[in-house]
Design a protein around this ligand. Structure first.
Ligand SMILES: NC(=O)c1ccc[n+]([C@@H]2O[C@H](COP(=O)([O-])OP(=O)(O)OC[C@H]3O[C@@H](n4cnc5c(N)ncnc54)[C@H](OP(=O)(O)O)[C@@H]3O)[C@@H](O)[C@H]2O)c1
Length: 256
């Protein structure tokens, strides 16, 4: 019953998190397990998968696979549970260049990882999500899909595409009681952006653009993803939630 504490729990429910071995995805796994879910994680590196399983004995299962390949996605489908309550499309990445520095293959690689892979996996897992009768998909997008940033156009366009896929799929799958939402992070302290945050001038520019004047910790982004996965969020679908310290709403701030 909504309003009771059970709507803030995932006991007995099955989740799948791509990129669940590190960074934001690992923090999502920690939170979903704390809510009572059993989580299947996907990543390419077995060692990091094993470390995540060891941190949550009996609560996490892993599959070593590349979401960006057909074989990898087939392995994920084979390892996914028959009834899937929560699907978090978190694996993503970027190769930063100006458009004139990209060849077609590199654009295709970035779009495949960040947009095609989640759509393809959602399609294949649709029957198992529908079987859950109240499933939630959460896309991990980026503020780079909302405002223009120096990330390179392929990543920004792919993440913007994910936002639109969220709205379209939310509409398409409402009849199956599958909710679809996006969480769009700004800079979050993970391996992915460690090289950027290690540059004092880049970090200074980022903080100057962020009203809360700090980058996010992975758990702060994971909390929004976990919330959207909970029964407590049962009337929220088709939305993009920026978890960005206020970056995307900043207009002209008063002089300090
Ligand atoms: N960190 C930020 O500041 C930030 C900001 C905006 C958006 N995001 C988005 O947030 C998501 C997570 O980023 P993060 O910073 O947490 O990244 P991260 O620390 O680099 O972790 C990425 C995770 O995804 C896995 N992964 C990467 N490519 C994969 C593939 N092709 N197939 C399967 N697994 C793969 C990695 O494991 P393996 O390497 O072993 O495969 C790892 O578990 C991404 O979608 C990213 O675009 C991040």
């Amino acid at each position: 019953m909504l309003g009771s504490m059970t709507s803030w729990r995932l006991d007995g429910k099955a989740a799948l998190v791509t990129g669940g071995s590190k960074g934001i995805g690992r923090a999502v796994v920690d939170q979903l397990v704390a809510f009572g879910a059993h989580v299947t994680i996907v990543a390419r590196t077995q060692d990091a998968i094993d470390a995540t399983i060891a941190a949550h004995p009996g609560k996490v299962t892993g599959v070593a696979a590349d979401v960006a390949t057909q074989e990898g996605r087939a392995a994920i489908i084979a390892a996914a549970p028959p009834v899937l309550h929560v699907l978090v499309h978190n694996a993503g990445g970027n190769i930063r260049r100006p458009l004139t520095g990209y060849d077609d293959a590199t654009i295709s690689q970035i779009v495949t990882l960040n947009l095609l892979s989640p759509l393809s996996l959602s399609r294949e897992l649709h029957p198992r999500l529908a079987a859950a009768k109240g499933a939630a998909i959460v896309h991990v997008g980026s503020v780079a899909g909302i405002v223009a940033l120096a990330t390179g156009v392929a990543y920004g366009a792919a993440k913007a595409g994910l936002d639109q896929a969220t709205r379209t799929l939310a509409l398409e799958w409402a009849k199956d009681d599958i909710r679809v939402n996006t969480v769009a992070p700004w800079y979050t302290r993970t391996d992915l952006v460690a090289p950027v945050l290690a540059q004092p001038r880049r970090l200074e520019a980022i903080l100057a653009r962020t009203p809360l004047a700090r980058v996010a910790e992975p758990a702060e982004v994971a909390a929004a993803i976990a919330f959207l996965a909970l029964p407590a969020a049962s009337y929220i679908t088709g939305q993009t939630l920026a978890v960005d310290g206020g970056m995307s709403i900043q207009g002209l701030a008063p002089a300090p």
